[in-house]
Design a protein around this ligand. Structure first.
Ligand code: LHQ
Length: 260
């Protein structure tokens, strides 16, 4: 399915969702946010999809809220966030499949939050991130206050938010805002190749790993140990584990992609 605002493409188990408002640097309106959330849910439910990539059309990733689309609304800020951005971020974090945010250009405001929300963050050389909210005297939202200090610490996060400084790809990688930076010219192919590597990994195991890490982000060590013990049982009972051990003993590569 392909809508106007979100382009959908599936190749080799990788579903790519492309924000498609290039003339506005993919600034988000309600239609884009709701469609993206729906497409993520559809990808989660589709057994042919093993990895989801979110990227942007044109030279931007996402410039945050479309500022041409906010005046004259009969909705409060709180209602707006609860209806659009918060379900989107919750869907990404709760998705049972790895989500790769492929940041092809500027990520600003809620677009920066979106860029940070992926399980894996890949940036093009010309990508940048701006916690731009304070430029228009708004607080960071869509998860930025949760993601950023966990990555860079409280003080750097506060500075980036207070001064709305642009972080380029070199600095972004140094700060841990992305896992890899690729040349602009080969970015889309490099992202697809990376996502295909992820897609070949044991999908059920990655789902449990994401669940365990998400829970551990806010848990005590005791809780994490209990959670690991419970999830390890689910992993150990799954055919992927048997395949991994069998392949190891046979000195061959494991095959984790199979019709279930
Ligand atoms: C845009 C936008 C944009 C519309 C570029 N809207 N057109 C949640 C809930 C409720 C309410 C409010 O907010 C939120 C969360 C948020 O996300 S708040 C933050 C909203 N975003 C911003 O404040 C970012 C505004 N944009 C910028 O600061 C710059 O455009 C950045 C730094 C992103 C990129 O700068 P440049 O590379 O120099 O590009 P540009 O400024 O020339 O933009 C290109 C075009 O895109 C331009 O249109 P034009 O017709 O002149 O070519 C911009 O007007 C348009 N555009 N961002 N958010």
């Amino acid at each position: 399915m392909t809508s106007d605002v979100i382009l959908v493409d599936t190749r080799a188990g990788v579903r790519t969702l492309t924000l498609n408002r290039a003339d506005r640097l993919n600034a988000a309106n309600d239609a884009l946010l709701l469609a993206l959330t729906e497409e993520l849910k559809a990808a989660d439910a589709d057994s042919g999809v093993r990895v989801v990539v979110i990227t942007g059309a044109g030279r931007g990733f996402c410039a945050g809220q479309d500022l041409g689309d906010v005046s004259g609304r009969d909705m409060t800020f709180t209602e707006h966030l609860n209806r659009t951005y918060n379900p989107l971020i919750r869907t990404i974090r709760g998705l049972g499949k790895p989500v790769v945010t492929a940041v092809n250009g500027v990520a600003a405001g809620a677009g920066a939050s979106l860029a940070l929300s992926g399980d894996i963050r890949l940036w093009a050389q010309s990508a940048s991130l701006i916690e731009v909210f304070s430029n228009i005297a708004l607080v960071p939202d869509s998860g930025s206050t949760w993601f950023l200090p966990r990555l860079v610490g409280y003080h750097r996060a506060f500075e980036l938010m207070a001064l709305a400084e642009r972080v380029n790809a070199e600095e972004g990688q140094r700060l841990g805002l992305c896992e890899h930076v690729y040349p602009d010219e080969t970015f889309r192919e490099d992202v697809q190749a990376y996502a295909e590597r992820l897609a070949a990994r044991p999908a059920h195991t990655l789902k449990l790993t994401k669940q365990a890490l998400n829970a551990a982000m806010t848990s005590t060590l005791d809780e994490a140990l209990d959670q690991e013990a419970a999830l390890q049982q689910l992993a150990g009972d799954h055919w992927e584990h048997e395949e991994g051990v069998t392949a190891f003993k046979a000195r061959r590569a494991p095959v984790f992609v199979r019709e279930e």
